[in-house]
Design a protein around this ligand. Sequence first.
Ligand code: ADP
Length: 434
Amino acid sequence: MSRDRRNSYETKVFLELARRSVSGSWAYVLVVAATGLLTDYPTRYPEAYWLTAVAMAVAIAARFWVPRRLPRKFSGEPGLWRFRFRLAILGGPLVWGAFLALTNVLYGEDWVCALLVILTTGIAAGATTAFHPDLKLHRLFQFLLWLPVIVVALLGYGTGPALGFLGVIFVGYLLWQGEEQARHYWRAIRVRERLAEKTDQLEEHNRIKDEFLAVITHDLRNSIQSVILFSHNLKRRSHDPVLLELGGHLRESGNYMKELLDDLHDLARLGMQALKMKAEEVDLVSLVERVLAEQTQPASEGQIELKYQNRESHVNLVGDAVRIRQILANLVSNAIKYNKPGGWVEVRTRLEGEEAVVEVADSGVGIDPEHQARVFDLFSRVGNEPVDGSGLGLAITRQLVELHQGSLELESELDNGSVFRVRLPRNGPSALAS
Ligand code: ADP
């Protein structure tokens, strides 16, 4: 970990400690108040009690003040900030430990003393949970809390020896527990840090890959476009049947390659979040009619009947017309591709509340339930398709629908056809710029 990173990390940890220390401070306030209310300590020894209460109030005020003020004031000196923070935290145990020791000196075997012992052990245990990420702070906290008690024990006042013995055992246990917790805590932090670094690296690699893919597909598309043009020229100018046949193959392969490159290019731009979406008024009915008109030839080649069902006067929405057309074209061409001779494809449009709904239904080969969730994944093909494909179309379609903040549903039965249902918000996605 670099020095800067470590510093900012430790500052974060200290802010977390500051947050954790708040509940402990309230516990101190309650305990001092309860001692005042439940015992005769304030009336018998008013100086000692009020001195303790004031000292505790100062320590707690410092504990609240330091984390709030210092990070800003000493943002360039995190070390100094941490030092003062530790000091602010340590006021509490020092005062509290002295309070317990003094009570022991004054009351000896009194029940008040026993009550304070219980409260002190609670505070010590709570501090272990709260401050363990900073072992130094934790050790000092325990040391200052128990030091007066041990001194009184050594001097032999009241229950001092028993109390001192209890203190030593208990503090030993808390120190060991603090070490354990600190080890787990820092190990988890290191793992999280490494994961964050790896995620950053992976995101960067992914971005470079998308950029590379976008550039390469763009250039390849241009080259393949020239091949397609060349094959068209050949068709117009040549009368040689062999050349015409070769030109036909060239055009077919060229068109397939261009479609593939178009898909890969879209995919790369979607990955880079570089696909600019427009927000415009879209007339869904005329868009469907245009897509169906474009698909007449492949449909008639596959002996598929194209149908359109729409009972609304108009189905308008706000979105990107080019991308919605791409969504429809993908779904309709799939419905034709994965159909059977003599089958049908029906597009249905309707309004449902705030949504415009388009369904593309077909009488085709269908998809078994096992594969239905996966067909929207990249490069996913069911495996028994009668035609070639890349497995990119539905993945792109889903991303385009999601960019419109819509949803894409599938109902399908093997050998009995499929229905792909697209729901798009009529008011358009909030993120689209107009
Ligand atoms: P491609 O068509 O290039 O294979 P898609 O992403 O468009 O890629 O489709 C993924 C897979 O989903 C297809 O290979 C096919 O198995 C299945 N599929 C898509 N649409 C239909 C449909 N209308 N009927 C049956 N299967 C379909």
